[in-house]
Design a protein around this ligand. Structure first.
Ligand code: SF4
Length: 224
């Protein structure tokens, strides 16, 4: 449990309220599902801005592009993020590359299905030669996860030292974002990345079903 003083608690609460209000307003003004999916890029920029502002205060993170110690953990993604990543993948892969990737996803999903967070220690399906193949559009969870000491991360069971300001502010932004989607009738609960991508890439109606208010991806076991 993170200890925040009253001023910090109020600041985090106001970030949550402002984020939820902003995205609810934007989703109300534009009801197009493509717009709702593309808003994920804006969410990711907000998360990156929190990290940048903390770095400007002189905080040094162990995280860098190419480091993948934490990429064995279960990656949780919101439904709009799944479709956002899916669109980027479709735009960057040839037909044969996509077919090979779907086969890789099937193998991965078989291993990952039903695993709780503490049971899931499997290299991420997006890792290629030890680096994230979707770094520019990696999910919010990967963007906000931070370590103040990369050496500690070598042990997958270690308690990683994180920057509290990043944890609480990005948590408030993420909650504000998902609550705004839920309030507009669009599911935005967390799902496991590999299994959700497999559905989005193999069910051509999944985006349409989501836009109509359905939950289209398997729930993580903790939510059942
Ligand atoms: S999406 Fe990228 S950053 Fe996130 S766990 Fe997978 S490989 Fe690592």
């Amino acid at each position: 449990m993170l200890n925040l003083n009253e001023r910090e608690r109020l600041e985090v609460q106001s970030i949550f309220v402002a984020t939820e209000k902003e995205y609810r307003k934007r989703l109300r003004a534009n009801k197009n599902s493509v717009y709702a999916i593309n808003l994920v890029g804006d969410l990711h920029n907000k998360i990156d801005s929190v990290i940048s502002s903390v770095k400007k205060k002189g905080i040094k993170f162990g995280c860098r592009k190419g480091c993948s110690y934490c990429c064995d953990l279960r990656v949780e993604v919101l439904a709009p993020e799944v479709f956002y990543i899916t669109k980027k993948l479709k735009g960057s892969m040839s037909k044969s590359e996509m077919q090979a990737f779907i086969e890789k996803l099937m193998t991965y999903a078989d291993k990952a299905t039903g695993l709780r967070f503490d049971e899931h220690i499997i290299p991420c399906v997006m890792l290629e030669n030890g680096a994230c193949s979707i770094y520019e559009y990696r999910p919010m969870m990967c963007r906000k996860y931070n370590s103040l000491d990369a050496q500690v991360c070598e042990d997958p069971h270690a308690q990683v030292p994180e920057n509290t300001e990043v944890v609480v502010k990005t948590g408030a932004i993420g909650k504000g974002f998902s609550d705004s989607y839920e309030s507009r009738g669009l599911s935005a609960i967390p799902h496991e990345l590999g299994q959700a991508l497999l559905v989005a890439l193999t069910d051509p109606k999944s985006e349409q079903k989501w836009a109509k208010g359905n939950e289209v991806f398997t729930r993580i076991p903790e939510m059942n």
